[in-house]
Design a binder for this molecule. Sequence first.
Ligand code: MLT
Length: 259
Amino acid sequence: VRRIELFLIPGEIPESYLKDKLAVTIDVLRACTTIAYAFANGAGSAIPAEEVEEATKLLASLDRRSTLLCGERNGLKIKGFDLGNSPLEYTEDVVAGKTLIMASTNGTPAMTRASVAKVQLLCSFVNIGLVAEALSSAERGASSGADIAIVCSGRMGRMAIEDTVCGGMLVNLLEGAGLADLHDGANDAAIAARDLYLRHSESLGAMVQESSHGRYLASIGFGADLKICSRLDSVPVLPVLADGVISTCDPEEIGASRQ
Ligand code: MLT
């Protein structure tokens, strides 16, 4: 039986636990949403960094003219960086053809944590349908039967409701597609997240607005981002992290080529 597990925060996951699993990393506010926007607007690739110093070091090894240093601390653009972490900054004229080095507080460290997985997909409300499609494709292809681990980024080591609800929605979609059996092989967090999603399924926008990070972002002037981050399936790209680099692929490719 395929296991489907959800982790409320990355710190729950034992070292190497995700090896051989299909991982889905979720950061609704805002890293995964912003990365989806960047690719939709033509970014070439993105490299997640955990620390600011790591990001600046990486920049020194790349072509400055085609690389953008991106990220936030406390939701705000880091001093000396090109871009912060608002999806609205990642317009075509700014990001097309560029390599993005991204250092966010919770999202990019979660991606690094999950990088031992067989495949890692990046998910938020804006591309959740494609993520579910890719996992169905994996089931039909080379990764058939592999366990799925949904990794919520959370906030400063704590559960974040928007990531949990998004994870629960993914569990619900996978159950609907016959990929997950919540009576057999799901962990308690996956079941709880699915129940939480059902409670908020008709009011995702309000849930995001009322979340701790949503209220914080609105208080520092990013209220518009909350609406963007709540729009279901509005950005049809599938970011995949492999060998330390994020690129995009077609859902069918997940089943066909990645072993
Ligand atoms: C994070 O990675 O912690 C978030 O993306 C923070 C943010 O809203 O910019």
